[in-house]
Design a protein around this ligand. Structure first.
Ligand code: SF4
Ligand code: SF4
Length: 93
C-alpha cells in the first residue's frame, strides 16, 4: 500500500483495536451540560432520538442523560419542543 505522503488522495486506513467507545468518557472536557426540568418534559423523547452520542436513555416516561458520555453539544436542548432542557456551565476543574 502506498504511503499517504506518496499519494495525498489516499484515504488513510481506519485502525481498529483501540479502546471501546464506552471508554471515551467526555466529562473531563465538556464545558456545558444539559439540565432536565422534569416538570416541563412531555416524554416525547426527541432528545433521545437526536443525541449524536446516544447517551440519552429512556427511564419510564422521561429521558435520562448519561453525563459520562455527554459532550455538551446542546442538540438535545435545541430539539426539545417543550423547553425542558437548558444548558449549565461546568465548573472549572
Ligand atoms: S425532548 Fe424535551 S420534552 Fe421531549 S423527552 Fe426530551 S426533555 Fe422531554
Ligand atoms: S448535549 Fe449533546 S451529547 Fe449531551 S445529551 Fe444533549 S445531544 Fe447528547
Amino acid at each position: 500500500m502506498p504511503r499517504l505522503d506518496e499519494d495525498p488522495f489516499l484515504t488513510p486506513p481506519i485502525l481498529t483495536g483501540g479502546r471501546p467507545m464506552s471508554a471515551n468518557k467526555t466529562r473531563d472536557w465538556r464545558s456545558v451540560r444539559p439540565v432536565l426540568h422534569a416538570e416541563k418534559c412531555t416524554g416525547c423523547m426527541l432528545c433521545w432520538k437526536f443525541c449524536p452520542e446516544a447517551c440519552v436513555s429512556v427511564q419510564g416516561e422521561r429521558p435520562l442523560i448519561h453525563l459520562d458520555w455527554c459532550k455538551g453539544c446542546a442538540i438535545c436542548v435545541a430539539e426539545c419542543p417543550a423547553g425542558a432542557l437548558t444548558l449549565a456551565e461546568e465548573e472549572a476543574p
